[in-house]
Design a protein around this ligand. Sequence first.
Ligand SMILES: NC(=O)c1ccc[n+]([C@@H]2O[C@H](COP(=O)([O-])OP(=O)(O)OC[C@H]3O[C@@H](n4cnc5c(N)ncnc54)[C@H](O)[C@@H]3O)[C@@H](O)[C@H]2O)c1
Length: 437
Amino acid sequence: MKLTIIGGGYVGLVSAACFSHIGHEVLVVEKVPEKVELLRRGISPIYEPGLEELLKEGLSKGKLDFTSDIREGVKFSDVIFICVGTPSLPDGSADMSYVEEVARLTAKYMDRYKLIVNKSTVPVGTHKRVERTIKLYLKDKNLEFDVASNPEFLREGHAVQDFLEPDRIVVGVSSERAEKILRELYKPITDKGYPLLITNPPTAEIIKYASNTFLATKISFINMVADLCEKVGANVEEVAEGMGYDKRIGKEFLKAGLGWGGSCLPKDTKAFIKTLEEYGVNAGILKGALSVNEERVSKFIQKLKDILWVIKGKKVAIWGLSFKPNTDDIREAPSIRVIQELLREGAVVRAYDPKAVPNMKKLFPEGEDLKYFSDKYEAAKGAEALLIITEWDEFKKVNFNKLKKLMELPIILDGRNIYNPEEVRKLGFEYYSVGRP
Ligand SMILES: NC(=O)c1ccc[n+]([C@@H]2O[C@H](COP(=O)([O-])OP(=O)(O)OC[C@H]3O[C@@H](n4cnc5c(N)ncnc54)[C@H](O)[C@@H]3O)[C@@H](O)[C@H]2O)c1
């Protein structure tokens, strides 16, 4: 089948690359011409494992192409996927201007039947608004179209695998025609046994927010428990293990640490709170989850203060800038608040990340009080404390003897509980982690 993806970001590119990989012909419309330039040469503007290989495969087979011309995109196929951003507005609600713009432009260039599929994460009711916008701006009022909701559940760092081997595909439709097209589109995946859930559009829209905010709540829950564990000498990992054996709870997403960041959980939690309140529904559970999360970094920095007494003038190394491993994405990453607070306290920060340094440099340019390194040991040189902020695999395998020799003081504050406390202490480090005695 032929399809158009509008928005060449994390979701748009992964969807496009994977749809072309399973045999469809895909045209991506991306607003930023520099990104289109790179993509046409098979270079991914973002880091996502396995993505560049699939982009190259699609290009070489003639199954994938890129343009910055939305008119060309709308004419190209009958199935238009909206994959643009829905970032937070200052009041926490989702900024729908990008989705609205795509709906308007799609209407403007429509010349025959179209199925407009919303893959962006959007508040419930957006399908209706997209439908109305298209009707308003459509030149030929006789043209038929459908609007469907097909939320995306991929996890950055595992996105390609998540797309091709999903836990579930959710499709919200209000016509048989739309359902048929979407079933056909996903057939190569559903034929392998991956489940496809067909609902109405508002249900699909809610499934996405309900899933993300449930996960956010689960992490905040265990972080709340971790804070108690620290006060009373209990071990949060064992608490989580004890809870996780209960099949109704499960072991996943019960890792205490610096809390959730990234491009989805924070903004989706804020937006879902807004939606719930708009409809007069008590959003207290999510407000609690948000408030626990917002305290994580300041609690962590307070711990560092307790350890060093004074942070001003201290060299502090940071390992990990991306919001989670295997991505270069730093949107709402805990590292941002860590750097802000350290700089405010007057520390000299030495940061390292395998992929996210270029993105962080745009936010915090290098200066006297902040240096970036291309090697983790270099970053740790002369440091009076090392902070583990992201659990990249390469931090789990460390030459501790080398590290100890390089550091001014052998102090590790581990925000992701990646080391065994006893082992690290035996090697002569002062070691602090989250919710473990
Ligand atoms: N990143 C994730 O892990 C993830 C997972 C599931 C769902 N989502 C949701 O998917 C949506 C997209 O997220 P993302 O992370 O891919 O965002 P992103 O910011 O990485 O990508 C959006 C892209 O759309 C482009 N764009 C904006 N307006 C355009 C237009 N009119 N025409 C063409 N291109 C346009 C932007 O230039 C940008 O490249 C959001 O609603 C997000 O919540 C994201």
